[in-house]
Ligand binder design. Sequence first.
Ligand code: SF4
Length: 291
Amino acid sequence: MVAMSALHAPVLRWYDDHARELPWRGPEASAWSVMVSEFMLQQTPVARVLPVHEAWLRRWPTPADLAAESTGEAVRAWGRLGYPRRALRLHAAATVIAEQHDNQVPSAYADLIALPGVGDYTAAAIATFAHGRRHVVLDTNVRRVLGRAIGGVELPPASITKAEREEALAVLPADEPTAATWSVAVMELGALVCTASSPRCGDCPVADLCAWRAAGHPAYDGPPRKVQTWAGTDRQCRGRLLAVLRDSDGPVHRSRLDAAWSDEAQRARCVASLIADRLLVVAGPDTYALP
Ligand code: SF4
């Protein structure tokens, strides 16, 4: 049996008082709303996700509504959230849900992870947050909080380790509803209080129990972390090119893409990769369109 951790009560109480009201939380949120939010939040902050999520749910209130549209419309509606392949994956997953799951987002982890574009984290998060199941949900916020409070280190390893998983499972409350609330509460604590660069230990409900704080906040001394750059990258170039397509009602001539990004070799490489990723199609001679 899982021992009730001393962290549970203060974290759950804190969440009760401080949780943000978000459209994909609360009893009235559909499982589809939760699923869409999990796809969007993977690499994009809450503030940028909110308006897109709202418009998405208004336009496509169920998976079948999205599945009935072209993938190009999904990419267009994805807007500036970044990493637009997520829109294609969400569309593909919605299609399978509509065709094989009676248009209902599955609740079993095994069914969720079998959906296209759904990995371990997303399957666990949907099962937990949409259906109240008990799973280890390890995102960057959760990993940071547990790494500090229990592990006594400033930052967790670059990628998830077996030891981390075991530790997270050991601290997961035994009953399903409490486990589900615990998972979202720890995530929220990491997002609002135990942030990456400036943790507010004075406002933290587990300050007295935190191993990293007790050790005097020793600095991270693991291998160097990769810093994500943006300016001048292919990711930025692809974003600019896709924005041209999204902002137009139909196919666009190559000259408009030329105007959006000056480095010719990089532009050509990015057009080719967008086509390979099925985010862009050739609509005619020197003309491109969303799929
Ligand atoms: S005491 Fe500080 S470092 Fe520890 S969990 Fe709370 S906010 Fe994070």
